[in-house]
Design a protein around this ligand. Structure first.
Ligand code: DMJ
Length: 557
């Protein structure tokens, strides 16, 4: 993962929604042409094959979880009426372009880095990295659902076959609990829910089990690193005083609740509910949640608060837990809106030029900087707007639009039209990076993620235009002969590439772009929430799932 090194003034190796990483070349991870009918046909073949597998019942929870019943409880088919194909020809062309980009990224990964975690597109080889504890194929698992929804069925089938024959979960290395959860567990869960292939469910549950020892701490707050073989866990060396990171232990809830759903084993939900309870009870400075917590004492270790790196997806998972529970998880709801009020009171700022941004908070002192990672918050505040207090709904929607606008400005103010890792609002800066070390762009999704949500919520055409600007910029500056690469400085068009095609580019950036140019019924927000790696997880509709009438209908059919 992840990197808190920035916070500690140390160099970090991460790539998630974690603090900006000081840039260090390549080792730093900071981490068809087919007719639509053909695609539909091959996809439905896959679906019926999977129904057969499902009914053979040898899954993690084959006695109680009925895939057919789950499908009946969705309001809409996952892929919509016509795979989300938009009627407007220009939008459809744009969507096809994004699909071509996915195929290009995938083909090159397959050609040069098959089975490794990520593609190094300049040197044409694979990257393994140190975040996944010896697990391989991060780009395969992260791509399954994107390939599937785009109708890239040959590619999806290759990916599935690889998972079946080569995804070895018996690895024995040091893994980031957070990264393995959001990419591997999340990717496998989504692949299962979309296709019904038992293989994905079984692998997800098997892997989930291997993560459990990380929770064996005095408080039950998991440590950040775990050896997947021995189960030994420890805290990141760079994390303040052996602490655990809010954005890491706070970003397990969605996947773990689904692991219980599929396995009937309550342990997963118990683990994350315990985290929830502790966070709900503990005293919070100004109502804010600091980034570091001791897994031993259960106390905050430092009063640093961020909606970007180290904090970000904790807030995201509160509102998404509420939505995924079919709006029954009232604690999550309360915690989310109370946290949002504290964020507004303490962190949301307006620049002299009128841009709304999220500052960072260090023990009461504001740092007027916003990370690219924090740009996911436009979408988050947008999807939560409707369930806020009646008098605040429009306000939340406006705030979401303002933040998304600011993040778009961080793109338009650069020479490449791609945004920097962090931008500032002090010393005369307005949404621009002032430090050399903040100028890089590593194919991150957060700004495009907010465009996608804001498009779905408002249908304001500007969000599609902004998404198209990003496509053009990616094509011009990040596409190289053998894949896509991050760039070191967004402020020069003589780009220097970082030689890394991040797996989240396939799982998130390209998926959100594709959804932006698709009709709203492709992975409808009425049925799905996206985990923080953009893997769709279904809303758990207990009222329907536990209704015998649904069962009978399913059985008789
Ligand atoms: C992804 O792995 C996830 O979005 C995570 O929450 C944050 N960082 C990356 C993308 O920037």
């Amino acid at each position: 993962m992840t990197s808190a090194k920035v916070e500690a003034g140390i160099k970090l190796k991460s790539q998630s929604r974690k603090p900006p990483v000081s840039y260090e070349a390549t080792e730093v991870r900071l981490a068809g042409g087919k007719a639509q009918e053909d695609l539909n046909l091959s996809r439905s073949k896959t679906e019926s094959a999977s129904e057969k597998v499902t009914s053979s019942n040898h899954g993690a929870n084959s006695d109680t979880f009925s895939y057919k019943k789950f499908r009946r409880c969705l309001f809409k088919p996952p892929l919509g009426r016509d795979s989300g194909r938009p009627a407007d020809p220009q939008t459809n062309e744009r969507r096809e372009k994004v699909k071509e980009m996915m195929k290009f990224a995938w083909d090159n990964y397959k050609r040069y880095a098959w089975g490794k975690n990520e593609l190094r597109p300049l040197t044409r080889n694979g990257h393994i990295g140190n975040m996944f504890g010896g697990l391989r194929g991060a780009s395969v698992v992260d791509s399954l659902d994107t390939l599937y929804i785009m109708g890239l069925m040959d590619e999806y089938n290759d990916a599935k076959e690889w998972v079946k024959t080569s995804l070895d979960l018996n690895s024995n290395g040091e893994a980031s609990l957070f990264e393995v959860n959001i990419r591997y567990v999340g990717g496998l869960l989504s692949a299962y829910y979309l296709t019904g292939e038992e293989l994905f469910k079984n692998k997800a549950v098997e892997l989930g089990e291997k993560l459990l020892p990380a929770f064996n701490t005095p408080t039950g707050i998991p440590r950040g690193v775990i050896n997947l073989g021995s189960g030994t866990s420890w805290s990141w060396g760079w994390a303040s005083a052996g602490s655990s990171i809010l954005a890491e232990f706070g970003t397990l809830h969605l996947e773990f609740v689904h692991l219980t759903e599929l396995s009937s084993n309550p342990v997963y939900t118990e683990k994350v509910m315990n985290i929830r309870k502790l966070l709900n009870k503990i005293e919070k400075p100004h109502g804010l949640y600091p980034n570091f917590l001791s897994p031993v004492s259960g106390n905050w270790v430092q009063h640093h608060v961020s909606i970007g790196g180290l904090g970000d997806s904790f807030y995201e998972y509160l509102i998404k837990s509420y939505l995924m529970s079919d709006k029954t998880d009232d604690d999550a709801k309360k915690m989310y809106y109370t946290a949002l009020e504290a964020i507004e009171a303490n962190l949301v700022q307006k620049s002299p030029g009128g841009l709304t941004y999220m500052a960072e908070w260090r023990g009461g002192i504001l740092d007027h900087k916003m990370g690219h990672l924090a740009c996911f918050s436009g979408g988050m505040i947008g999807i939560g707007a409707d369930d806020g207090a009646a008098e605040k709904r429009q306000h939340y929607l406006d705030l979401a639009a303002e933040i998304t606008h600011t993040c778009h400005e961080s793109y338009t103010r650069s020479a490449t039209k791609l945004g920097p890792e962090a931008f500032r609002f002090d010393s005369g800066a307005e949404a621009t990076a002032t430090r050399l070390s903040d100028r890089y762009y590593i194919l991150r999704p957060e700004v495009i993620e907010s465009y996608m949500y804001m498009w779905r919520l408002t249908h304001d055409p500007k969000y599609r235009e902004w998404g198209w600007e990003a496509v053009e910029a990616l094509e011009q500056h990040c596409r190289v002969e053998s894949g896509f690469s991050g760039i070191r400085d967004v402020y020069t068009t003589s780009v220097s590439h970082d030689n890394m095609q991040q797996s989240f580019f396939l799982s998130e950036t390209l998926k959100y772009l594709y959804l932006l140019f698709s009709d709203d019924d492709l992975l409808s927000l009425e049925d799905w929430v996206f985990n923080t790696e953009a893997h769709p997880l279904p809303i758990i509709r207990n009222s329907c799932l536990q209704d015998d009438a649904t069962q009978e209908k399913t059985v008789s059919e």
